[in-house]
Design a protein around this ligand. Structure first.
Ligand code: ADP
Ligand code: ADP
Length: 228
């Protein structure tokens, strides 16, 4: 479970990015953060794995202040998927998926099995894709690998920051469908940032509407549609 307790962020130049930000995300829940550009979505995400420090307030994971965790263990337990597909270009897909499991000293066979399982989960034939390099994949395929790479070492939390926004509408719709199916299988805590309301409503168990650094409304998609 992730909890933001009265979090505030003011950047050194005086920009107020977040204020009065309190939010509880339950274990296994898929929460979408939606709001216009600049409303503080990315700042919120980066605070969870301590890329950004709040000015005040506390963030808890499983009721423990995130500052008390070892930072490496904290980050290993959080998968992060970004808009810019950040696959390592000189590595094969298998090697890309293996990065975090290797840091965690998984055995080679275990990593191989995990890579196969993950590729199959998103409809990419492992015998074909394991040995390819990122530039031999389409944009949608690279983004799928970006998603499964974040899952590789079984993190409990997955943060996704507009992961599909660079894709064409068809790949995007396919990936939205895939990610819903994936979530049925893995049941992880997912925080998904988007500025597309349809995407937020389609994916989230819970949708968190933000504006100018504040939460306007948190509700199920059904409730949001009924009470806009
Ligand atoms: P979003 O992800 O919703 O587009 P961000 O969290 O990136 O919003 O940004 C929130 C606000 O903080 C914006 O006004 C943005 O310009 C500002 N901001 C983000 N990063 C920095 C920074 N490093 N220094 C100063 N201001 C920043
Ligand atoms: P898109 O329509 O998304 O732009 P591409 O034209 O990049 O897709 O790729 C179409 C298909 O060809 C994809 O399945 C991709 O895996 C495959 N492909 C692309 N480049 C290569 C390559 N250099 N070697 C082998 N297969 C490739």
């Amino acid at each position: 479970m992730i909890e933001f307790a009265d979090v505030k962020k003011v950047y050194p130049d005086g920009t107020k990015a977040l204020e009065d930000f309190s939010l509880k995300i339950n274990e296994g829940e898929f929460v979408t953060l939606i709001g216009p550009s600049g409303c503080g979505k990315t700042t919120t995400m980066k605070m969870v794995n301590r890329l950004i420090e709040p000015t005040s307030g506390t963030i808890y994971i499983n009721d423990t202040d995130i500052n008390t965790y070892n930072i490496h263990e904290l980050r290993w337990n959080i998968g992060y998927v970004l808009q810019q597909i950040a696959l390592f270009p000189h590595m094969t897909i298998e090697e890309n998926i293996a990065v975090v499991p290797e840091m965690k000293k998984w055995k080679r066979k275990q990593i191989q099995d995990r890579s196969k399982e993950l590729l199959e989960m998103v409809g990419l034939d492992p015998s074909v894709y394991m040995h390819r390099r990122p530039d031999e994949l389409s944009g949608g395929e690279q983004q799928r690998v970006g998603v499964i790479r974040a899952l590789a070492a079984n993190p409990n939390i997955i943060l996704m920051d507009e992961p599909f926004s660079a894709l064409d509408p068809i790949s995007r719709e396919q990936l939205q469908h895939d990610i819903r199916e994936l979530q049925q299988k893995i049941r992880k805590t997912i925080v998904f940032v988007t500025h597309d309301i349809d995407e937020a409503l389609a994916l989230g168990d819970k949708v968190c509407l933000m504006r100018e650094g504040r939460i306007i409304q948190v509700d199920t998609p059904q409730q949001l549609v009924l009470n806009p």
